[in-house]
Design a protein around this ligand. Sequence first.
Ligand code: PLP
Length: 401
Amino acid sequence: ESVFAGVVRAPEDPILGVTVAYNKDPNPNKLNLGVGAYRTEEGKPLVLNVVRRAEQMLVNDPSRVKEYLPIIGLADFNKLSAKLIFGADSPAIKENRVTTVQCLSGTGSLRVGGEFLARHYHERTIYVPSPTWGNHLKVFAIAGLSVKTYRYYNPETRGLDFQGLLEDLSAAPSGAIILLHACAHNPTGVDPTVEQWEQIRQLMRSKALLPFFDSAYQGFASGSLDTDAQSVRMFVSDGGECLAAQSYAKNMGLYGERVGALSIVCKTSDIASRVESQLKLVIRPMYSNPPIHGASIVAAILKDSQLYNEWTQELKAMADRIISMRQQLFDALQARGTPGDWSHIIKQIGMFTFTGLNAKQVAFMTQEYHIYMTSDGRISMAGLSSQTVPLLADAIHAAVS
Ligand code: PLP
């Protein structure tokens, strides 16, 4: 008898499990709209040209070795990542009040930030939007924080529940940590306007709520790196403190390289350096130090103006293709006279559309049309192409008619 005989089977991850089911389906026309990864018009994964070029440069550089990185990762990468999210002219960077550590993509950055807060911050409750990326709940709970939610999405308008959001943040205890999606909220695709961000900022600062930004889609939402970082920069320019987790998975297509960064903006450079010393104590027993390859690619691109420009163009092309998929899907539903208002498809932003389809309708579409998505009705626009839009529109039409 195995010593593990008592281990019970765990359920599949609700997001990654969609791909597991998709892979098992023998139908040649099956469509996977569950994955949060970019696909080309041909439905293929994309490695950016600029990434290939940077990798070539790295491979041809004989001075490159495979030594361990420091606990906090590649220094250049950290500096350039902070500049990317906070802006090149950010006073916080100039005043040396930011500590940035390289982490294992967005997930790892959230985890390290969460554990640092659980150890060193006085208020151990984090509020995440309802709904949010499902992993947030688990990442922060395991980091030692108590996780609560604030109202965010209104299913009736398929837009922001701004009143509910303000009420819930007002009712949160002073000092509570608030998780904010910097842009392209996952799964809803609904972001506050600049004016609403300003109101959120004022409320949070007046109650000393601590912002923790999750930036997994910078540049990927609007096509502009600066526009997509605006929310974060508003909170930094008021001189207050905040955390930011960055991922290069989507915007550089470096998914499997696991490259990201955690930045903590502090009041003084002395505090920032003490915070950094404690971040090392979080990271060392977790994985010692981060991997070198992906961070070297990112640093090579960010530090060279020509590569950087090339990247912004490729990034914009990805964002534009997704925006065009929104329009095409909306038009296809209009053309079919599909019942209901589908304008949220073109109003929402980023990789996902929160369709409003319920679990039963989703199951119907999977069964009858071999279209796979999470049961909350979230579809990845990045997984669509001009060729597959009609199939999806047919399926949605049949599901709601
Ligand atoms: N945060 C949000 C909102 C996401 O959607 C994702 C990925 O889907 C992540 C964080 C983390 O992704 P990764 O760990 O691959 O960078």
